[in-house]
Design a protein around this ligand. Structure first.
Ligand code: PLP
Length: 378
């Protein structure tokens, strides 16, 4: 650290110069986050100093978090759901599995996740000393139920289904997973980190939330399609027992027990999530999701015109495009300042997320570049 003070203006000017090195969201196809809604930024700013790690000092903010959880629960078919605003999908997944493990009493059990699960589940296996068994996918890239059945045993502490997979935007057959979970009396966790703010606003008839009695917990991230500021994740449990399974005594804080993973945690995230949900309402979210789906259809239409097919017909605003030599194509796109990512083996494809920051014009520019690159490498 410097010895002498630097005037605030100079510090801020240096920060602004540094930020110029970052890339622009306008050309991001690879991220599941977006520019936050302006009201989220204002709310975040208002609650910057709050600490929900010690909620007795900030009862107003704590009440706001409770109300945010209630609204999320209502959206997911269970207004009385319990939970909290976490730092994101990873923390919510960790905590859901931790609760399931604690309740099951299995010290060294296993969990069954689809092969398409987010890598947070690998961290969970390591952190919680659980074997992570990966079930195969079917031809639609949903988890194969017979593979789940073959992996399950007396030591299984939780089943996981994904509602909006990171790479394909696919939804697992959660109803069938729910049947298995009730038959075995096992915790079923649904990772809807991305899909949680998409699926309720699509009329596709899929059942995947708390309306299925066997679903015990859900991850839903306001900092993805909820347009909140980072970090804002959501963890919801159907009942209080799961929350109780996460309790730690706190000794010196205003509340005797804590259920979050982190200690000190900002109330700004909860305020931002709350503000967006109140401001947009269901109609605003329907419109926003509708726009992202329109972008998705525009991309797929244009891709087909240049001879590129998606791996599956998109279920939500995630597209996996089948191109020859995906790593090379991606590298060439990155050279042209398009930020795309790839799905993993054995289904290597270009992975594109159509978030609110994307535009029809930029999709057209992207497709023109993709066409040139493909012509060049063929
Ligand atoms: C389905 C799913 N679960 C969990 C996560 C992890 O979320 P985070 O990066 O907020 O920890 C992601 C991230 O993209 C995801 O797509």
């Amino acid at each position: 650290m410097r010895e002498r003070s630097l005037p605030a203006d100079e510090v801020i000017a240096s920060l602004a110069r540094t930020k110029e090195h970052d890339y622009s969201y306008d050309r991001f196809f690879s991220t599941m986050c977006s520019r936050p809604h302006p009201i989220a930024v204002r709310a975040h700013d208002m609650f910057l100093e709050t600490n929900l790690g010690d909620p007795g000092l900030f009862p107003g903010t704590a009440g706001l978090e409770e109300e945010t959880v209630r609204m999320l629960g209502e959206l997911l078919g269970c207004p009385q759901a319990q939970g909290y605003i976490s730092t994101g999908g990873t923390e919510s997944n960790i905590q859901a599995v931790r609760a399931a493990k604690n309740r099951s009493g299995k010290r060294e059990g296993n969990i069954i996740v689809p092969a398409s699960a987010h890598f947070s589940f690998d961290k969970i296996g390591d952190l919680l000393s659980l074997e992570v068994r990966k079930a195969e996918l079917d031809s639609h890239l949903r988890v194969d139920i017979s593979s789940v059945e073959a992996l399950i045993d007396e030591q299984t502490a939780a089943l996981v289904g994904i509602a909006g997979t990171t790479e394909f935007g696919q939804v697992d057959p959660i109803e069938e997973l729910a049947d298995i979970a009730s038959e075995w009396g096992i915790h079923l966790h649904v990772d809807a980190a991305f899909g949680g703010f998409v699926l309720p606003f699509l009329d596709n008839g899929l059942k995947w939330d708390f309306s299925l009695p066997a679903v015990s917990s859900i991850t839903i991230d306001p900092h993805k399609m909820g347009l909140a500021t980072i970090p804002a994740g959501g963890l919801l449990f159907r009942n209080q027992d799961c929350m109780n399974a996460l309790e730690t005594e706190t000794h010196y804080l205003t509340r005797a027990k804590q259920t979050s993973l982190t200690g000190t945690r900002s109330g700004a995230s909860a305020a931002a999530a709350y503000a967006v949900m109140m401001h947009l309402g269901r109609e605003g979210f329907r419109e926003m999701v509708g726009y992202c789906m329109e972008l998705t259809r525009h991309l797929v239409r244009g891709a087909r015109e240049i001879g590129v097919e998606p791996l599956i017909e998109p279920v939500m605003n995630v597209v996996a495009l089948q191109v020859p030599q995906p790593p090379k194509v991606r590298e060439r796109l990155m050279d042209r300042d398009w930020h795309v990512s790839m799905t993993r083996e054995p289904k290597r494809a270009l992975r594109l997320i159509l978030m609110t920051h994307m535009s029809h014009e930029n999709i057209d520019l992207f497709l023109a570049d993709l066409k040139e690159i493909l012509a060049d490498i063929n």
